[in-house]
Every structure is written in C-alpha cells, then in structure tokens.
Design a protein around this ligand. Sequence first.
Ligand SMILES: C[S@@+](CC[C@H](N)C(=O)[O-])C[C@H]1O[C@@H](n2cnc3c(N)ncnc32)[C@H](O)[C@@H]1O
Length: 156
Amino acid sequence: MRVHICAVGRLRAGPERELIDDYLKRFDRTGRALSLGPAAIHEVEDRKGGGMRAEAALLERAVPAGAAIVALDERGHILTSPKFAAKLTGWRNDGCGDVAFVIGGADGLAAELRQRAGFSLSFGQMVWPHMLVRVMLAEQLYRAATILSGSPYHRS
Ligand SMILES: C[S@@+](CC[C@H](N)C(=O)[O-])C[C@H]1O[C@@H](n2cnc3c(N)ncnc32)[C@H](O)[C@@H]1O
C-alpha cells in the first residue's frame, strides 16, 4: 500500500526536511516486507491567495484516485502508536492501494475536505505547526512499521 503525504507549503532544506527524509527512508525499508510503502510527499501551494478552499482543491488533486483519505486534524481521533499501526494494517488488508494523509496550511483544512476524509487523525488537541506535523507523521509511520515487524524500536 503506497502512502502519500499531501501537504500545504513547500519545505526548504533544513532540520525538518532531514528528519522527514530519514524517517520515510526507514519506513520504506521496514515497510517493504509488510507491503507498506513506499511513502511520497506531495507539496501544494496556492499562490493566488484563495485560502483554505483553494488549498483543499490543490490537495484533492494531489490525492491519487481511490485513495483512502486521512485528514490530520487536532479535532480528530487520538490513537496510540500500536492502534495507528493496526489502522494501517486495516487499510492494507481492505485492499487500499493508496492511503493519503492530508495536512493543511496555516489556516487549516477546509471543512469540505475534512468531511470527505474517511478518517481524521489527531496528534493531540494542541495545534502544531504544519511542518512539525509532517515530521511527527513520518516518525509515526516508521514506528508503526517497526511495531508490525516486531522490531524493538517501539517500547510501551
Ligand atoms: C497550523 S495548523 C492549522 C490549525 C488551524 N487552526 C485549523 O483549524 O486546522 C496546520 C495543519 O497542521 C495539522 N495539525 C496541526 N495540529 C494538529 C494536531 N494536533 N493533530 C493533527 N494535525 C494537526 C492540520 O492538518 C492543520 O490543518
């Protein structure tokens, strides 16, 4: 199952980018034997000031046809890491070829896109900067793959 991170904003070279690249590389390596991955990032940018609606249209265009859509949203479901790993397994076992995680920009995700998502995932009720949310998601994907492969990275 391919994993897509569809996000508003372009991430320049720097510590966040290095962390994301590192975690996603690890995820790809660990996930391969589990039929999880590869993971790809699709960055979108609305240069015309169209706000959340325009960003949502660009994000929807970045989501592959038929993908399960997961909205990253502080109002969403808060999961433990093993439960997140089980969610990934569920989508894979249900025959999802693609899962797309969508992350909003400074104003958040348009309500229509949040409603279209089959699931919404929260990293807690606090609002995080969208660049950090990408890092956290990349790490949780890697952690999920280690949980499913029985590697000792995750300790609960
Ligand atoms: C700076 S936040 C925007 C917050 C905005 N107030 C809102 O209503 O969504 C940018 C994006 O990061 C993600 N995000 C921020 N905090 C999050 C959290 N606690 N859990 C999951 N995603 C989060 C969401 O996708 C959000 O659209």
